[in-house]
Write a protein that binds this ligand. Structure first.
Ligand SMILES: C[S@@+](CC[C@H](N)C(=O)[O-])C[C@H]1O[C@@H](n2cnc3c(N)ncnc32)[C@H](O)[C@@H]1O
Ligand code: SF4
Ligand code: SF4
Length: 329
């Protein structure tokens, strides 16, 4: 039999809801411990990671935002506490344990009105290991003490022109071990209509992904852009997702990611070699098309080695930043 122990405040270790008197040979995975007596009886399924989408809006309109088509599909969406508890119940009853839950959208997670209660419910469910939140950092003051206790890390995308530095520094002094800064100075251009990305491929933004009442088994948010470019309706693709229900991941095969027809049109298919742009810079479609074509051709036919292309891209970004600086707002 397998026991799972969740160390919530690091002073209490519980096994199957009961405080453990003794744990032999603890196996540490984050703050989770396992005591295995017989492998035959270990029925709990470990899910390495899951993307968890809680809100369909954002204050920013970044050029080339990887989530923007999914945001517009779920415009105004807020994950309700009922939907959250249905997800938790289904996960518990299925005996799944999700090692890392990424709360990274769909848009800006700190716009989720149930953020603090929501992360508490998730953490206390005992079915989640680490909770990582990705944010543009504009609303860091919305995380209260309950929120900070429940989450393990916050990755702040520090876009140029960020105005909340004083608060961020204050929070870093208080919660230094939980805050990571991502200096997001550049964004990769997404695919244009007509571009065919190669398969076989590896997916750079894979599922499983939970949103509202659905579970996308193999894809993250970029699949919404891919479906649009392919000219299909994503909700007609019943092989891609299922309604949230018990045992929702029983036929999920971690090795089966990518390599679908949709990946031909997908930004997350890592065969793409798109040019990088400074965050917020919106080039004309013609410029985008020419640069994407050069980037892909140079990579595909190995005309220019990867390291040289990276330098060319840096020069490209520096030039675009200069243009941005002198362009009247
Ligand atoms: C879509 S955002 C959602 C969370 C939050 N709004 C933010 O900006 O951090 C998730 C992550 O994707 C990154 N991202 C979005 N579009 C991108 C692009 N075109 N190229 C590279 N990274 C991108 C962001 O910088 C961020 O780290
Ligand atoms: S802040 Fe994040 S979600 Fe919002 S537009 Fe920018 S990358 Fe997309
Ligand atoms: S369509 Fe392919 S590349 Fe895109 S998210 Fe899905 S599996 Fe990944």
């Amino acid at each position: 039999m397998t026991f799972r122990a969740l160390c919530i405040d690091k002073s209490q270790i519980k096994i199957d809801g009961e405080i453990a008197s003794e744990i032999k040979s603890p196996n540490s995975v984050g703050c989770v411990y396992q005591v295995r007596q017989s492998p035959m009886e270990n029925k709990m399924r470990i899910i390495k990671q899951m993307k968890f989408e809680v809100v369909g809006s954002c204050q920013n309109h970044c050029f080339s935002c990887a989530h923007d088509d999914m945001i517009s599909t779920y415009k105004g969406y807020q994950l309700s506490l009922e939907e959250l508890s249905h997800f938790v119940d289904c996960t518990k009853v299925s005996d799944y344990f999700i090692e890392v839950l990424h709360i990274h959208g769909i848009g800006e997670p700190l716009l989720w009105k149930h953020f603090n209660t929501g992360v508490k419910v998730l953490k206390e469910s005992g079915s989640i290991g680490k909770i990582i939140v990705y944010t543009n950092g504009y609303l860091m003051d919305r995380i209260d003490d309950t929120g900070w206790t429940s989450i393990d890390s916050v990755v702040v995308s520090l876009y140029p022109g960020y105005k909340n530095i004083a608060l961020l520094n204050e929070l870093k002094n208080k919660y230094n071990d939980k805050i990571y800064i991502n200096h997001a100075r550049t964004f990769n251009a997404k695919l244009l209509k007509g571009y065919i990305n190669r398969i076989p491929c590896f997916c750079g933004c894979s599922g499983p992904m939970f949103v509202k009442d659905k579970l996308f088994r193999y894809c993250g948010p970029p699949v919404f852009d891919a479906a649009k470019l392919m000219g299909i309706s994503i909700f007609d693709q019943h092989n891609l997702y299922l309604e949230m229900r018990p045992n929702y991941l029983d036929d999920y095969d971690e090795k089966k990611i990518g390599n679908m027809e949709l990946c031909n049109y997908c930004w997350a298919n890592t065969n793409i070699h798109s040019p990088a742009y400074p965050w917020g810079y919106e080039p004309s479609r013609m410029v985008l098309r020419i640069e994407s074509w050069f980037a892909d051709t140079f990579y595909r036919y190995k005309i220019i080695p990867r390291s040289v292309w990276a330098q060319i891209n840096n020069i490209n970004v520096a030039l675009k930043s200069l243009i941005m600086k002198f362009t009247p707002k």
